[in-house]
Design a protein around this ligand. Structure first.
Ligand code: AMP
Length: 608
């Protein structure tokens, strides 16, 4: 149990004596060289956590649990909602597979600092590949397997991976989608060429040959095992791309030491979990929650992590929670809405081992949370996250003896230690505005942004003073420190909790010669929270066929079907400011008609 009795005592300890607080938190991690200082400013102006200290994240997530006698405990429980397969992997088995695959990567010439791109669905092999990279100091770059070839090509060129790892197929619902065509398209479009590709052969879906030398994953796993290498705390562990404010995906870089410390602390303080507990995250491993709470946090803490491939139904979630005595369930409001739809036949879940449920990633309305509380008969809380921060900025703290005030029930909570949110000053002196976080950010947050084969200060995220990190989320902060979120201030759209920039979609639509201009906006969606709607001005000078289906097909091919573009509205012109900037805020489809500015619709259509 952490040493603080109340939230205030914990938060004040982190703000008043940050070095002491974080050096103490660092004891949850096994170091090769223990940290003597908590953080230091980098020459480029950003900051490093635990400089001078050394460790290996894979050792912390796997080997140390085998060494301490927990080798027979389940480390991972995997269930595929698509194929109905299940696998349970103990810590000992995970160590054997990871050490072997790390040896296989070495044999392919992968070493410290090399990037390895992993474009696979949530599978045991995905975790093995990620941990094997961590073991030898290679930097993993997991790309959501639902992305189309062009997005994959962009990420290949951004990180220049030595090796690419894919599964022979992923699944859309129950339908197998072979990976080779997308990878071939990406490799044809990318300037960079990897040295090798590795393929996981899945049952019933053989891979077709690739244009780059390829290897069988399970054969490579049999390579001579290698030990974890010693890494500096600030060495990069992974890069994860996320949609930025400018439409280009940014490669968020995570370090080793700060990441391990923040996640280990969060498991205890926020989720109230300790070794031996089962933690279930429904997120895909290609997103940040999958990285942090599907893999690293539960494994570093010696828990059992339950992960699923594909969208789990309410009955599958209940069955997994029941069978594996899950203590904490971490999911999204979209998943919760699906559960609500499905649960009409069964009014209440009976899950005695389940202690609490967490949601994050998108707006969760209070009625949904109330439904979930009634259904599970357990505390259900919401917390606020970003890919960039790696763990929650605000949360509820189940590791503290203090009971939270009931008024916080439907909020996103209060700041986690080390996060100091303020509202950006506005001329109107309003209480609502963009939420900024004062620098330095706590451990576990972005160590920088990947650009031109190096780590850079994330300048696009800094405010004018250079002293604050911009969250691009708007909200307000109460005197009690409770934070209320109102929504994004930029063009980011959250589709079923997954982040996509409207500009990213616009770029793909604009690439069609028949398109003169376009704007993509978010509209509310009953099930998925938000969905994109495209407004398109056709190019009247060209006799080029253009239809709703063509535009949707182009977007889905470029970004993946998960983007869920179903509605395209053809208009004569888009609303603009005097300076010619498109005013997306004045576009709305909620009432089925375009609002003033987007001159009378030519054709308003949607595809099923
Ligand atoms: P991602 O980087 O994909 O995790 O998306 C981060 C964004 O999701 C944040 O900047 C918010 O806009 C949104 N978000 C995350 N958590 C919440 C939450 N609990 N409530 C509302 N929006 C959220």
């Amino acid at each position: 149990m952490p040493p603080w009795a109340t939230y205030e005592a914990m938060y004040d300890a982190a703000s008043g004596q940050p070095d002491l607080f974080w050096l103490d938190a660092a004891r949850r991690v096994t170091w090769e060289q223990e940290p003597a200082i908590a953080h230091r400013a980098r020459a480029d102006g950003w900051h490093d956590w635990f400089p001078g200290a050394t460790l290996n994240t894979c050792h912390n997530a796997v080997d140390r649990h085998v060494e301490s006698g927990r080798g027979d405990q389940a480390a991972l429980i995997w269930h595929s909602c698509a194929t109905r397969e299940r696998q349970i992997v103990t810590y000992r088995e995970l160590q054997r597979r990871v050490a072997g695959f790390a040896g296989g990567l070495r044999a392919l010439g992968v070493g410290k600092g090399d990037r390895v791109l992993i474009a696979m669905p949530t599978m045991i092999e995905t975790v093995v590949a990620m941990l094997a990279c961590a073991r030898i100091g290679a930097v993993h770059v997991v790309v959501f397997s639902g992305y189309g070839g062009p997005e994959l090509a962009r990420r290949i060129d951004d990180v220049a991976p030595k090796v690419i790892i894919v599964a022979s197929c992923s699944f859309q619902g129950q339908t197998a989608v072979p990976s080779a065509p997308g990878l071939n398209e990406a490799l044809a479009g990318a300037a960079h060429r990897p040295q090798a590709c590795v393929i996981v052969q899945r049952k019933g879906c053989a891979a077709s040959p690739l244009p780059v030398r390829d290897h069988d994953f399970h054969v490579l796993e049999q390579s001579a095992p290698v030990d974890p290498v010693v890494l500096r705390s600030e060495d990069p562990l992974y890069i994860l791309h996320t949609s930025g404010t400018t439409g280009n995906a940014k490669g968020i870089v995570r370090d080793n030491g700060g990441h391990a410390v923040a996640l280990a602390l969060s498991m205890e303080l926020i989720y109230g979990c300790r070794q031996g507990d089962a933690f279930f995250t429904t997120s895909d491993l290609g997103w940040v929650v999958g990285h942090s709470y599907g893999i690293y946090a539960p494994l570093i803490s010696g828990c059992t992590s339950v992960i699923v491939e594909g969208g789990a139904s309410a009955s599958a979630i209940n069955a997994l929670c029941h069978e594996h005595k899950v203590k904490c369930l971490f999911t999204t409001p979209t998943q919760m809405r699906l559960m609500r739809q499905e649960s009409r036949r069964q009014p209440q879940a009976v899950l005695p081992a389940l202690a609490r449920i967490f949601v994050a990633g998108e707006y969760a309305d209070p009625t949904l949370l109330e439904w979930a509380r009634a259904y599970f008969q357990k505390p259900v809380v919401n917390h606020w996250w970003q890919t960039e921060t790696g763990w929650s900025i605000t949360a509820h703290f189940f590791g503290l003896p203090e009971r939270e005030p009931a008024s916080l029930k439907n909020d996103i909570g209060r700041p986690a230690p080390g996060f100091n949110p303020v509202i950006a000053p506005s001329e109107m002196d309003e209480q609502c505005g963009e939420i900024l976080l004062s620098l330095p950010l706590p451990p576990g947050c972005l160590a920088g942004v990947w650009k031109e084969r190096a780590i850079h200060v994330p300048t696009a995220y800094l405010d004018e003073s250079g002293m604050y990190y911009r969250t691009f989320d708007e909200g307000m902060i109460e005197a009690s420190r409770a934070v209320h979120m109102l929504g994004r201030s930029d063009d980011v759209i959250k589709v079923a909790g997954r982040r996509i920039s409207g500009v990213q979609i616009e770029k793909i639509i604009s690439a069609h010669p028949g398109v003169h201009a376009c704007a993509v906006v978010a509209v509310a969606d009953e099930l998925r929270g938000q969905r994109p709607v495209a407004y398109v001005v056709a190019n009247s000078d060209l006799d080029c066929p253009l239809s709703v289906e063509i535009i949707i097909g182009q977007v889905h091919q470029g970004l993946g079907r998960w983007v869920g573009l179903k509605e395209v509205r053809f208009v004569k012109r888009l609303p603009t400011t005097i300076s010619g900037k498109i005013t997306r805020n004045s576009l709305s489809v909620s009432d089925g008609v375009t609002r003033e500015g987007a001159d009378s619709s030519v054709r308003n259509m949607s595809a099923a």
